[in-house]
Design a protein around this ligand. Structure first.
Ligand SMILES: Nc1ncnc2c1ncn2[C@@H]1O[C@H](COP(=O)(O)OP(=O)(O)OP(=O)(O)O)[C@@H](O)[C@H]1O
Length: 249
């Protein structure tokens, strides 16, 4: 049984069919990539897999349990977390607050930031542990706005990790990052893959082909190729679309 599977997902907006028969299989402990041209349906696929959109048809299974149609919060509670293309941070807060706010135990205690949340040492410790995982423990008490763009991306991943997922979806994690920040992010993904199963949409082919165990190519709302980076490098369609040439570069 695959860890996470999607079978024959369909999604349309009005008369526009955006996903047509998409099937994916994610293995535990692996980094899986989703690539494809702009507008291919990749983000919509993420939205469907993480509950933001309900599929019109199809099945989504986490360890054999159907999760299609569950609300995003329910899916998150089952251990699936995600980052978004647009950063979603509280800029006026310090770095650690961003993570604390996303901790399930913060919500469970119905705390709010009008009280002294930093007196809650368990929460501070839990958030510090997550910041450590994403390499930001030393920036914990800086304002989120003081972080570089690359560090903000790492913090965003930290916020996603606050839900203590087993499966982490990253939507175009390198977008907007320069070469050095992209290298730092690759190092972060290499560390995280030891603890989490990761699925990422990515346009940066070198980044994706370096890190992913398996890659699915989505085009016209369909999975048109699937395999290891090596298998895909020799895939006719990938080569023809020039995506493979970038990956070889
Ligand atoms: N809520 C929506 N309502 C109507 N159309 C939508 C909606 N969301 C996405 N679409 C359309 O679905 C198509 C696929 O969009 P999607 O964002 O999933 O593609 P993508 O592969 O992630 O593209 P990109 O790489 O540019 O982010 C696009 O034509 C988009 O305009």
């Amino acid at each position: 049984m695959a860890f996470f599977e999607a079978h024959n997902l369909h999604k349309r907006f009005g008369s526009r069919v955006v996903l047509e028969n998409v099937s994916l299989s994610i293995r535990e402990g692996q980094v899986s990539g989703i690539m494809g041209p702009n507008g291919a349906g990749k983000t919509t696929c993420f939205h469907v897999l993480t509950g933001l959109h309900r599929p019109d048809r199809g099945e989504i299974l986490l360890e054999g349990r159907s999760i299609a149609g569950l609300a995003p919060q329910q899916i998150a509670r089952l251990g699936i977390s995600r980052s978004f293309q647009i950063m979603n941070l509280f800029d006026d807060s310090v770095v650690i607050e961003n993570v604390m706010l996303a901790l399930p135990e913060f919500r469970a205690r119905r705390l709010n930031f009008t009280g002294n949340v930093f007196a809650e040492t368990e929460l501070v410790d839990a958030a510090t542990d997550i910041l450590d995982q994403v390499g930001l423990a030393e920036r914990a008490w800086d304002k989120a706005t003081a972080l570089s763009y690359g560090d903000r991306r790492a913090l965003e991943i930290g916020v996603a990790l606050a839900a203590r997922p087993r499966l982490l979806f990253l939507d175009e994690p390198t977008s907007g990052l320069g070469a050095e920040a992209t290298r730092n992010l690759a190092a972060l993904v290499r560390r995280l893959r030891k603890r989490y199963t990761i699925v990422m949409i990515e346009h940066d082919m070198r980044f994706l082909f370096d890190l992913a165990d398996r890659i699915s190519v989505i085009h016209w709302g369909q999975v048109i190729a699937e395999g290891t980076p090596d298998e895909l490098r020799s895939n006719k369609w990938v080569r023809r679309s020039a995506l493979g040439e970038t990956a070889d570069a």
